[in-house]
Design a protein around this ligand. Structure first.
Ligand code: MRU
Length: 379
């Protein structure tokens, strides 16, 4: 039997080869190609170029990436070799510094470098900070590098496993808001390809499928990078979900026709007041949903909730290259040379448009300044 896209891990750690393996999502749906990432630059590029994308998957890839780089740093230090210029692991040969200090210095440089790959999804810094915390604690206890590496390995694997468990729970809470036969609209890809399994916005849909809910899903194509067309419609179709692809500007039409009972989207960062950054266009869908009295649900692992960010205005929005709009995906450039382009990758949906935020710890309702605090653990 041929493998479905859902049979692949979005992100995997290959301990023997000390590398991260990802599905190159820029090639989907035409080709399913796995690529190995071993150097800091390869990992950074894969995140920036959206070969691996989606907030939770970016976090997992970064954690695995930092583990891989930590092994290289530790090998270099322990072998006393002078290969730092080639390997790019940033090990400085500070005279007199002990192994732990040298390791941690190089570790922090790599952590900061990976953290600079994309600004909006908070899962990136969240996962890297988790790796940092356990690394520092192990070093402070005076544990040898070999053991520090073991601790980092465990933390990165925990981050991946927790992502799977989290998405499943979001699916269960999400399904409690859905009735059999519902029409659901989603934007971008908050599916399995954006996480370790199930997805966030798609998790209720996958669980609904298992339970015979007979759902109809409308997937926005999601210009300019077409995550909805290339990824969401692909993975839902592969799973046997009744999915219909629409252009972004058709949401009004399907809502007006009464085809949509609920909107489910993912998110890249939820501010303390419930304002939510997600793929560009999400705010427009939320506004339409309010116009038609359709519930608008944001699926958010608590790792995506950033209580340190007060409101949406404080969320940094990534700007991406002009060519994503003017020529990418076209056989010939579709815009005049030199035309000005505005290409923000995300927008912020104001909390007043959000009916509920579905987390692995329960469903948050307005006022979000209270409800989110109760659901977000301290870790
Ligand atoms: O630019 P992308 O493809 O990384 O954007 C992804 C999204 O906006 C998703 O909706 C979000 O990260 C949630 S994924 C569960």
């Amino acid at each position: 039997m041929t493998k479905s896209i859902l049979d692949y891990n979005t992100v995997e750690l290959d301990k023997n080869d000390n590398c991260v393996i990802i599905i190159d999502q820029t090639l989907l749906p035409a080709r399913t190609e796995l690529i190995k990432l071993s150097t800091a630059k390869e990992i950074w590029d894969a995140i920036y170029l959206l070969k691996v994308r989606g907030a939770p998957a970016i976090g997992v890839a970064a954690a695995f990436g930092l583990y891989v780089l930590s092994v290289q740093i530790s090998d270099e230090i322990r072998s006393g070799s002078d290969m730092q210029k080639d390997s790019g692991t940033n090990v400085e040969t500070a005279a007199g510094a002990d192994e732990g200090t040298r390791f941690y210095e190089a570790f922090l440089k790599q952590k900061d470098y990976l953290n600079s790959s994309r600004p909006t999804a908070v899962n990136l810094s969240w996962a890297l900070n988790r790796m940092d915390r356990v690394c520092k604690a192990a070093l402070d206890e005076g544990r040898p590098l070999e053991e520090v590496i073991g601790v980092l390995y465990k933390e990165s694997m925990d981050i991946q496993q927790e992502d799977i468990d989290t998405c499943r729970k979001i699916g269960e809470y999400g399904l409690s808001l859905i009735k059999k036969g519902y029409g659901i609209l989603t934007h971008c890809n908050a599916g399995q390809l954006a996480t370790s399994k199930y997805g966030t916005a798609t998790a209720p849909i996958y669980l609904g499928l298992e339970k015979g809910y007979d759902l109809r899903v409308y997937a926005d194509e999601t210009r300019p990078l077409l995550q909805g067309a290339r990824l969401t419609s692909f993975e839902l179709q592969s799973a046997g979900v009744d999915v219909t692809l629409i252009c972004d500007n058709m949401a009004y039409s399907v809502m007006k026709k009464g085809l949509i009972n609920a909107v489910f989207v993912g998110c890249d960062r939820v501010a303390a007041n419930g304002d939510t950054a997600n793929k560009i266009g999400t705010g427009g869908v939320a506004t339409l949903a309010k116009r038609f009295n359709i519930p608008f649900y944001v699926c958010a692992p608590t790792s995506t909730i950033d209580l340190d960010t007060k409101c949406g205005d404080d969320i940094k929005i990534e700007q991406r290259p002009d060519t994503e709009i003017t020529e990418m995906w076209y056989e010939h450039r579709m815009a005049p040379e030199g035309v000005k382009v505005y290409n923000p990758a995300f927008d912020v949906t104001d909390n007043e448009y959000i009916t509920a935020i579905i987390t692995e710890n329960g469903i948050a309702y307005p006022p979000y300044s209270d409800s989110l605090k109760k659901l977000k653990p301290h870790k």
